[in-house]
Design a protein. Structure first.
Length: 244
């Protein structure tokens, strides 16, 4: 008698957002590739209103900071209630300019997990104690300040969702994008062959795939060296390490 082998069915990748503006989601994530993947059940998104966990008639989620200073701080008791009251798979992420910089490596790591639960701060930020209590992963999308964590969360989720299985039709296109190999992406060209007096590089018309690939690599290296010396130094170090 042949025993039945149980297949492990991967659950849709799940994004859970904790925000005082849950109506901001899915926003642009409900359109284009991410929106189609959402409709097809390749991933799911839930937006939870933090104010629903605030006590009192006015549902206050913030208070003045100890030590003085401008602005208000989101209260740890309210955020703790929201976090504990919204169980979801994956790490708790807090979007903040002081967090670890979001890069393709971290995006891929999060995409390979079951999902994320994202705390979107407002005002001057959130009480540090709740971040420590829940071991939140603090992530930044750049060295600038936004009015809240929601726009940053949309950026992060867009980067993650497009890596999920079935979202992008041609998987090989993902491997050629910026940052996948530590380099910025090479330039692209399409019809017309001559536009505004500018011609497409001859090598791209040659049909010689080895020459085309070599040209694209040189272009990627050149643009990375000129525009992102930090990435170029990292790429060179990794290249030297592999050769050693």
């Amino acid at each position: 008698m042949v025993e039945a082998v149980e297949e492990t069915v991967r659950q849709p990748w799940r994004a859970t957002l904790l925000s005082i503006f849950p109506e901001m989601f899915p926003g642009p994530l409900g359109l284009s590739l991410a929106g189609r993947a959402l409709e097809e059940g390749l991933w799911s998104i839930d937006a939870v209103d933090i104010r629903g966990f605030a006590p009192g008639r006015h549902r206050n989620v913030d208070d003045s900071p100890f030590g003085g200073g401008a602005g208000m701080v989101m209260r740890p008791d309210v955020l703790d209630a929201a976090i504990r009251g919204t169980p979801a798979p994956g790490p708790l992420v807090y979007m903040t300019p002081r967090g670890r910089m979001l890069d393709q490596s971290l995006v891929r790591q999060l995409a390979e997990g079951p999902g994320v639960r994202v705390l979107c701060g407002r005002f001057e930020g959130v009480d540090q104690r709740v971040l420590e209590a829940h071991e939140a992963l603090e992530i930044s999308v750049g060295d600038f300040v936004l009015s809240g964590g929601e726009p940053a969360a949309l950026v992060m989720l867009d980067a993650i969702v497009r890596l999920l299985p079935g979202v992008i039709g041609k998987q090989e296109s993902l491997a050629e994008e910026s940052f996948e190999w530590g380099l910025l992406e090479y330039p692209h060209y399409t019809r017309p062959q001559v536009w505004d007096g500018r011609e497409v590089p001859d090598v791209l018309l040659s049909g010689h795939h080895e020459k085309i690939n070599a040209w694209r690599k040189r272009q990627a290296e050149d643009v990375t060296r000129r525009r992102r010396p930090d990435l170029w130094d990292r790429y060179q170090a990794a290249k030297t390490g592999n050769e050693g």
